[in-house]
Every structure is written in structure tokens, then in C-alpha cells.
Design a binder for this molecule. Structure first.
Ligand code: FES
Length: 111
């Protein structure tokens, strides 16, 4: 049976990094972002290309599945130069990189 979009989970599993490889994100350099994650030497996580995540205007979009320490995380405008800090701070230390969070998903209020 052929795979369809419905064969895939709608949220990334724990310890999985999805890097959108659909049109808008590709036009904004997501192939290089995916390559940077693949070459970052990340251990304990699976790096996967994924289809459109509905955040096309703020790509490249990167989603990381929730795990025991971190909620599901959406990053936006992720350039290859951002991958090192996401790999170190999020994937190794379990802390979100606030400055790259997608503000449409992760609402933050400061008073
Ligand atoms: S093309 Fe990447 S989120 Fe839509």
C-alpha cells in the first residue's frame, strides 16, 4: 500500500527533529538547514525531512518532538548558522532556544 500523508504522525515523536523540505521552506534555504543538522553530530535524536508544517512564511521550519524535559518545540527561520546552538542548547541541554521560537506557536508575555 502506498504511503500517504495520513500514514505519518501529525506530531514529531520524542527525540525527533523535523526539518520542513516543502516549497516555501526550500526557497528559504531549508535544504542547507537539514544538511547542517545531519552534519552536526547530534546523538540521541533522529533528524528527518518533513512536509509542510503550515508555517510557510516563517521558514525554514523545524519541529522537535516533546520529551520528558521539553515541550514540543517549533523553531522558525532556522538558518544553518542557528543549528549549532539548537543542537547544543535544546538537543543536549534540554532548553529551548527562545530567540528562534515560532512566536505564533509559543506565546510569551513579558511585563
Ligand atoms: S513549506 Fe515549510 S512550513 Fe510550509
Amino acid at each position: 500500500m502506498a504511503n500517504t500523508q495520513f500514514d505519518r504522525p501529525i506530531v514529531p515523536p520524542a527525540k525527533t527533529v523535523w526539518v520542513c523540505q516543502h516549497r516555501s521552506c526550500l526557497a528559504q534555504g531549508s535544504a542547507e538547514t537539514l544538511k547542517a543538522f545531519q552534519e552536526a553530530g547530534v546523538t540521541g535524536y533522529t533528524i528527518e525531512a518533513c512536509d509542510c508544517q503550515g508555517q510557510c512564511s516563517s521558514g525554514p521550519t523545524v519541529r522537535i518532538g516533546a520529551d520528558e524535559t521539553t515541550e514540543e518545540t517549533w523553531y522558525c527561520q532556522v538558518k544553518p548558522s542557528d543549528v549549532g546552538q539548537i543542537a547544543e542548547r535544546h538537543l543536549q541541554l534540554g532548553e529551548q532556544v527562545e530567540e528562534k521560537l515560532n512566536s505564533r506557536i509559543h506565546l510569551r508575555f513579558y511585563f
